[in-house]
Design a protein around this ligand. Structure first.
Ligand code: THU
Length: 134
């Protein structure tokens, strides 16, 4: 990925973060997913009074794209106001792996960034080829 595309995707994730619904944690997260055809889907974390129903920013972006018939992806950016680059949670890693998003850009608001592959993010993953009958 070229630097310009990375910067654009992080900027979209920062924008998406503005929509965060996080009255319980007050921890706003934004994500942006770049599809193979160039479409970008933004997502924010959406919390619930029943805490476990919270949807992370990454999954919001991914589910928006999937529900709009996108299946091929280039990269996902995630941003929060963390000390270092914000890392996706375990549940999101599994979903990122499901849709084979090859590149994950972790960032924070101070411009720190770390780019990793899906294999680095979720080694020894359980995936479609492990499911009997697939
Ligand atoms: N959160 C995300 O949106 N993405 C992550 O990868 C980590 C956690 C959200 C969930 C919850 O709304 C808040 O951050 C605190 O955990």
């Amino acid at each position: 990925m070229i630097k310009q595309d990375v910067e654009q995707l992080v900027a979209c994730a920062i924008e998406a973060r503005q929509q965060s619904y996080s009255p319980y944690s007050n921890f706003a997260v934004g994500a942006a997913l770049l599809c193979e055809d160039g479409t970008i889907y933004k997502g924010c974390n959406i919390e619930n009074a029943s805490y476990g129903l919270t949807n992370c920013a990454e999954r919001t972006a991914i589910f928006k794209a999937i529900s709009e018939d996108h299946r091929k992806f280039k990269a996902l950016a995630v941003v929060a106001d963390t000390e270092g680059p914000c890392a996706p949670c375990g549940a999101c890693r599994q979903v990122i792996n499901e849709f084979k998003i090859p590149t994950i850009i972790m960032a924070n608001l101070m411009g720190n960034m770390k780019i990793v592959s899906i294999e680095e993010l979720l080694p020894f993953s359980f995936s479609d080829c492990d499911v009997v009958g697939k």
